[in-house]
Design a protein around this ligand. Structure first.
Ligand SMILES: Cc1ncc(COP(=O)(O)O)c(C=O)c1O
Length: 382
């Protein structure tokens, strides 16, 4: 048998195992409540669905230019102007297959194998795994609840090794915490001063509960900003994201994207234009109001299962909870809880290979009623 590459041996996304078990449970018992997945339970906004229905009838929807259709790139550039007062040249907007597609293309365009990329622990597992798969090294920034799971310039200053790149996410997965605008600006300036390429994951922007969010491009055009219609726009399966790319990197990203993916899905590009209309945005703000109500239920009811140590989420739809009073094996605990009471939660080891064994992530983007039922069952079970 031919020898296989190291690249393919990335760790699994453990929550997928939970999801498969929860789906089986739903089929056999009909009572599963999914608090393990990070995706809205709602479809794409109505204007998107209308636009796509019409486009499917009237347009060819073939390959687009590698960077994406100009109409969408201009729409996204306008969105930055309206939301943050930042003028963006549509030529620096590159549309990708989800922010995930943009992330791997960007890594390849900017770094060689052997590069060192810093990221928070806990953090989004695909970042760690993709960096490893591309032969790069991960530099962990250990960020505990006391620092609201987010890095600071002070922490970067203390590093023995200066990384080639730094990934931050605000609001973050799995914690929902936000980096305050002043700290984000300081991080962006530190990256510029130290020749570190900043990758600012802003895909949960729009889902916030009062704390202000800033974009890295308000401070530094040398940073890369990652955006997506997956979360706020409730369009995970449409696989549509974008990067704001520094001028010197645009052509490289474009060339790689053209070779690796040709372009992002044309039908999703056409639909996404309608996701930024005021009609779509008012529908989407209704979802955020539900997330805010759900967040309050989570904050009120977590103490019923003895969870008192967690950083209240500022955005996104997750709570990352210390469950060390309940287990030191989060993977087994989440499987047992699913088996006993039909509530699916994500084990912390997905997000933190070192300390995640004593954490779980709860996702509150579903219905408020389901959340209450899940807490009734959890409180009785533990
Ligand atoms: C922090 C973070 N970044 C990126 C992604 C990837 O999102 P997508 O590829 O759907 O844009 C996710 C998905 O859950 C995420 O949580």
């Amino acid at each position: 048998m031919a020898r296989l590459s190291q690249r393919g041996s990335v760790p699994p996304f453990h929550v997928m195992e939970l999801l498969a078990a929860a789906t089986r449970r739903a089929a056999t018992h009909g009572d599963a409540i999914m608090l393990c997945v990070g995706q809205p339970s709602t479809p794409a906004p109505e204007p998107v669905r209308r636009r796509v229905a019409e486009a499917v009838q009237t347009q060819t929807l073939g390959y687009t230019e590698a960077k994406g259709i100009l109409e969408l790139r201009t729409t996204i550039a306008d969105h930055y102007d309206r939301t943050y007062g930042v003028q963006v040249d549509p030529e620096q907007v590159v549309i990708s297959s989800g922010s995930s597609g943009g992330f791997s293309t960007l890594l390849m365009a900017a770094f060689d194998a052997g590069a060192t990329i810093a990221m928070t622990r806990p953090g989004y597992p695909a970042y760690r795994n993709t960096v490893h798969a591309l032969g790069m090294n991960v530099l962990d920034l250990e960020c505990g609840a006391a620092q609201r799971f987010q890095p600071s310039v002070e922490q970067l200053e203390r590093l023995d090794v200066k990384p080639d790149g730094l990934i931050i996410a605000s609001p973050a997965n799995p914690t929902g915490t936000i980096i305050d605008p002043a700290e984000l600006a300081a991080i962006a300036r530190w990256c510029e001063a130290n020749d570190v390429l900043l990758l600012s994951d802003e895909i949960y922007h729009g889902i916030g509960f009062g704390r202000p969010t800033a974009t890295a491009w308000q401070t530094s055009r040398e940073a890369v900003v990652l955006g997506s219609v997956s979360k706020f726009h409730s369009m995970t399966g449409w696989r549509l994201g974008w990067n704001l790319v520094p001028e010197h990197l645009v052509r490289r990203v474009e060339l790689l994207q053209g070779n690796l993916a040709i372009c992002a899905p044309a039908v999703s590009q056409v639909g996404a234009v309608a996701a930024f209309t005021s009609e779509a945005e008012s529908e989407l703000k209704g979802h955020v109001e539900r997330y805010a109500r759900n967040r309050q239920v989570v904050l009120d009811r977590l103490p019923e299962i003895g969870v008192t140590s967690f950083a209240p989420p500022d955005g996104a739809f997750y709570a990352y909870c210390d469950i060390s009073h309940l287990t030191d094996d989060s993977q087994q605990w989440t499987l047992d809880i699913l088996d006993r009471i039909g509530v699916a939660l994500a084990p912390g080891i997905d997000f933190d290979p070192v300390d995640g064994h004593r954490f779980m992530r709860l996702s509150f983007c579903g219905s408020t009623d389901d959340l209450h039922v899940a807490f009734d069952r959890l409180a009785a079970a533990v």
